[in-house]
Design a protein around this ligand. Structure first.
Ligand SMILES: NC(=O)c1ccc[n+]([C@@H]2O[C@H](COP(=O)([O-])OP(=O)(O)OC[C@H]3O[C@@H](n4cnc5c(N)ncnc54)[C@H](O)[C@@H]3O)[C@@H](O)[C@H]2O)c1
Ligand SMILES: O=C(O)[C@H]1O[C@H](OP(=O)(O)OP(=O)(O)OC[C@H]2O[C@@H](n3ccc(=O)[nH]c3=O)[C@H](O)[C@@H]2O)[C@H](O)[C@@H](O)[C@@H]1O
Length: 396
């Protein structure tokens, strides 16, 4: 399924290295050269925390759906927050720019750059003593991996390794919390999914890059003493969400009277997801940051091994996609034009279902938002956002 917006050429540019910042091969440049001294002032002011007890967090993917919500929550509670995002064209860049505006209003600056720009990342760590990294930047999306595999390697493998390389050399070393994915459970049939279950049968390249990320993280934890926590999010939805996800483009297409394709299993069974509302996921992210132990450095043996954790962040209430559509019809007051099709071999899995007992025990994680309540908040945002967008276009 092509990403819903952006022409083929613009999407084709996705795997072109972004042009806004010098490539990693360039000599180390002063931070100011990335955008003038003003830029350096924005960086330091954004990263300033309200109290010494707070955190100073680099949020990668800060212009993304989850990144925006996490950055806002951290800033509002007084932490220092600096964003990094390459504003790629995987989906409508205007949505990322509008999220950026919301963050700027709340004092969060986003550095425009790529995970693979080592010189830029080194400079950021030279200027800001980050206590934590919330690593959310990635090529997300399960099905798009069949169209643009290189973007998954660029961001989810090379980008992750580059970030960990910079973190291990930073002084002080930050504690890292990063987004893995429920997709690592792949073709497993045992439900609900627990962190100890096998994760060696991914159904998509995307899932394989997230699984590889977990193994790479373990390596940097073992060798360099980096404290690393992986969070396996389960189909996250909510206001400011992603237009490439079904709940979002189903809403758009139902309102436009377009046919929506609902996948079912070969035996006409339903395909289900453990849809998890963004506010619940954000609480899980902040709890993971708050309970992250300090990195021990490569001399980890003195202080014992560095912390390495993996948690499911789901809703423990899987819902069939057909029921998602029923709820959307009720909220939108429009009947969907449904085309039910056998699930193609496109990387999707039949179901996800999170066992969250470990996150509950260790993080106090307790999701509270059911799908109908969450979708009601999403639909309210959707109408408001696109009404304002339409006004802007008409004003032109
Ligand atoms: N939303 C979900 O349902 C869900 C579920 C499981 C895991 N995740 C993971 O959570 C994280 C955040 O997901 P999201 O839903 O907010 O997606 P998103 O696409 O909205 O956010 C990702 C952001 O990272 C940026 N980015 C991508 N590659 C980059 C690079 N090389 N350098 C710098 N910036 C880069 C993008 O521009 C984007 O703004 C991702 O790692 C994703 O895989 C999301
Ligand atoms: O939980 C996760 O880790 C993943 O959750 C979502 O992936 P997915 O669950 O596939 O979310 P959608 O793309 O919104 O699909 C939701 C459901 O709708 C189904 N679907 C999708 C598209 C469509 O046209 N019709 C349809 O029935 C899919 O098969 C799936 O069962 C995110 O897109 C991934 O980034 C994330 O890693």
């Amino acid at each position: 399924m092509a990403a819903p917006t952006g022409s083929a050429t613009s999407l084709a540019r996705l795997d072109a290295a972004p042009t806004q910042v010098p490539s990693a091969s360039n000599p180390r440049r002063s931070l100011g050269s990335y955008g003038g001294s003003d830029w350096e002032r924005h960086v330091t002011r954004s990263a300033r925390r309200r109290s010494d007890s707070g955190m100073t967090v680099l949020v990668t993917g800060a212009a993304g759906f989850v990144g925006t919500h996490v950055s806002m929550a951290l800033k509002r509670r007084g932490d220092g927050v600096l964003g990094l995002d390459n504003f790629n064209l995987y989906y409508e860049p205007t949505l990322k720019r509008n999220r950026q505006k919301e963050l700027q209003k709340n004092g969060v600056f986003i550095v425009e750059g790529d995970l693979n720009d080592k010189s830029l990342l080194h400079k950021l760590f030279d200027v800001v003593a980050f206590t934590h990294v919330m690593h959310l930047a990635a090529q997300a999306g399960v099905r798009y991996a069949m169209q643009n595999p290189s973007s998954y390697i660029h961001s989810n493998i090379a980008g992750l390794v580059n970030l960990l390389e910079v973190c291990k050399s930073a002084n002080p070393q930050p504690s890292i919390v990063w987004a893995s994915s429920s997709s690592v459970y792949g073709l497993n049939s045992k439900v609900p999914f627990s962190e100890k279950d096998r994760t060696d049968q991914p159904a998509s390249l995307y899932a394989a890059t997230k699984k590889a990320g977990e193994e790479i993280a373990h390596t940097y934890n073992h060798i360099y003493g980096l404290s690393i926590t992986g969070l396996r999010f389960f189909t996250v939805y909510g206001p400011w969400g992603r237009p490439d996800m079904a709940y979002f483009f189903f809403t758009r297409d139902i309102l436009k009277g377009k046919v929506i394709k609902i996948y079912e299993t070969a035996d006409h069974g339903s395909v289900a997801r453990d849809f998890t509302y963004i506010d619940d996921v954000v609480k899980g992210c902040l709890a993971a940051l708050d309970t992250a132990k300090k990195s021990t450095g490569s001399g980890g043996k003195k202080k014992g091994p560095a912390q390495f954790r993996i948690f499911n962040l789901g809703n423990t209430a899987p819902v069939p996609v057909s029921e998602l559509v029923n709820i959307l019809e009720k909220l939108l007051k429009v009947k969907a034009k449904r085309l039910v099709l056998p699930m193609p071999r496109n990387g999707d899995v039949k179901f996800t279902h999170a066992n969250i007992s470990l996150a509950h025990r260790e993080l106090g994680y307790r999701p509270t938002t059911d799908l109908e309540t969450g979708l009601k908040k999403f639909v309210k945002w959707y109408f408001k956002y696109y009404k304002e967008e339409k006004k802007k276009i008409n004003a032109w």
